[in-house]
Design a protein around this ligand. Structure first.
Ligand SMILES: [Zn+2]
Length: 244
């Protein structure tokens, strides 16, 4: 249906900052778009609020954090992302608040992106699939921190640290939203997104008895195909885009 057709993502930008709660949040879909963007010569930086240290039942947070950090850096590299930063908020109990907004605003000022990417900030994934508190907190804080980054009086301590206001963010693109407005054709990036998710091997092996590659491929190809039905039949990744 034409009324459900998604618009192509804005293309006139050079730098993106992707802000999510956990290692693997970007790999469950958005990384295919990241691969397309870095192929096109754009720069993408990843910022993770936590190290995902509460994500594996059989590993204590102390054991888990370095494993997940390593897997996240490897998965970022597969899609052309060299800079991966961690804020060290505590996995599972990340709180929406001024501290989180300040940390994200500082990163926005440091990296000066035109595009911010985050994960679903809404209560559900659509229907009755409840979202997690960490995703909601980080998604909302990322959307809010865009304005914070541009206002010198909201977090004046950032200015004192030499981080000048940055007003250049034009859009925030929310992955995993049940109200998408835009999409990226991921014909070229889809295969690398499978490899990228597969780098979270310790996490995935603890999550499912299915063969890890089969698990990653089934999930990502299925999602890209469904999204493509609203984007000219090509495999796609969808975003809900907010203009700033
Ligand atoms: Zn997550």
């Amino acid at each position: 249906m034409d009324s459900q057709r998604l618009a192509p993502m804005p293309a006139d930008w050079q730098r993106a900052l992707a802000v999510v709660a956990h290692p693997d949040d970007l790999e469950y879909g958005a990384a295919a778009a990241v691969a397309e963007w870095t192929d096109g010569g754009r720069e993408v930086v990843y910022l993770l609020a936590s190290r995902g240290e509460a994500g594996i039942d059989t590993l204590s947070p102390e054991e888990c954090a370095p494993v997940r950090e390593r897997e996240q850096r490897a998965s970022a590299a597969v899609v052309g992302v060299r800079t991966v930063e961690f804020l060290d908020h505590r996995d599972g109990v990340i709180e929406y608040g001024v501290g989180l907004r300040r940390d994200i605003a500082a990163a926005v000022r440091r990296h000066r992106p035109e595009l911010v990417v985050t994960l679903n900030h809404r209560d559900t994934w659509g229907g009755a699939a409840w979202n997690t508190p960490d995703h909601r907190a980080v998604g909302r804080a990322a959307l809010d921190a865009v304005a914070d980054a541009g206002n010198r009086w909201i977090f004046p301590e950032l200015g004192e640290q030499g981080l000048d206001p940055w007003n250049g963010v034009r859009w925030t693109a929310v992955a995993g939203s049940d109200r998408p407005t835009h999409a990226v054709d991921v014909t070229a990036g889809l295969e690398r997104s499978v490899r990228s998710l597969l780098e979270h091997r310790t996490y995935i092996e603890a999550l499912t008895r299915e063969d890890p590659e089969r698990y990653c491929r089934t999930f990502l190809e299925g999602m890209a195909k469904d999204a493509g039905e609203r984007f000219g039949g090509r495999p796609a990744v969808t975003f809900e885009v907010f203009a700033h």
